[in-house]
Write a protein that binds this ligand. Sequence first.
Ligand SMILES: [Zn+2]
Length: 406
Amino acid sequence: MISAPLRRTGYPVIFLLLAQLAGAQDAVVLRVGTLLDGKGGTRHNVDVVVTGSQISKIGSGEKGKVVDLRKFTVLPGMIDTHVHIGWHFGTDGRYQQRETSQASALGYAVENAYLTLMGGFTTVQSVGAPIDGELRAAINRGILPGPRVLTSLGAISDPSLSVEQIHAAVKKFSADGADLIKIFASKSFRDGGGQTLAKEQIDAACGEAKAQHLRAIVHVYGPDTIKLVSEAGCNSVEHGTLITPEALKFLAERGTYFDPNIGLVAQNYLAHRQNYLGIGNYTEEGMAAMQRSIPLSLSVFKQALQTPKLKIIYGTDAVAGAHGHNVEELIYRVQQGGQNPTDAITSATSLSAESLNLSDRVGTLAAGMQADLIAVDGDPITDITALRRVVFVMKGGKIYKGPGPL
Ligand SMILES: [Zn+2]
């Protein structure tokens, strides 16, 4: 016979113990040979314990269902801060700019998401179209394999908008569930890249984004416009192909993120020239501009690496033809740009997570973080191309690719 006070407290204690036992049995133990933590640290022969959706512990000799990853290098799932997840070629092989059927468009977006996840990217920021919201909801339901999707759902780009109209447009994106605001302050590089929005319009867009507690990221090329963007409190500069060393310093001093896209997007347009040519500004001249942008972007990137304290994040600008190849940008940054492999990986993991305000959840391997991690065959520190050989993908504690528990 148990006393009344114990009876009152006894059941919860027993329940807690049972729950802990069940938790221990459910834990998945990733037995890791080499672990890169996403912040520049390396550990050998450790166990990553995954309980539910989270990493509960990194230790050794842990008990649970073991996944043997001792032959591989484990790192955080990579993050791409600039993709266009819905862009695709149609059945005729041509870039499908305007969709006739939203149902068909969602199918392509789902395919792109699948390819992206299998390529080792567990978080992407899509900048952005309304269909991204449907994709985000579908993936969040937990059945379809895809990365975590953040989206702007659209963009502020029309130079004829008044300040009041820009405020209203930002509020509408916010009400519709956008994770961020995307702004075009420059023309396409295929059309010269000149400034399109005036200072008042940039201030209005980024100021209202802040008022809505949303980040603002800006498509922009020239140094003067880039400074306006940074002064307006926008969070990141995308592309920046015509930036100067002085403007790079300006960004570094102000803590504005810099997201150069140097190794995938232009190369992809040129490789798929026939799929794009003749549509919109994908003209011969436009393609020539893309070609010219490659060495320019590379020298800007090298200059950026020489800029102390500049936060260079990882975005590819993946469009139709490039989904699933997001890691090529990273390989290019290391092989052609001369970036240190550890820094390149930090950029594509913890630093990009920080730029998305997600650093308490993803981008680093540590107890309490979401279990978003991948394993690659080889050592990316000595051979960056190992990142192409993704053999294991886990997102939120769920295995999407590779070996399961023994
Ligand atoms: Zn883009």
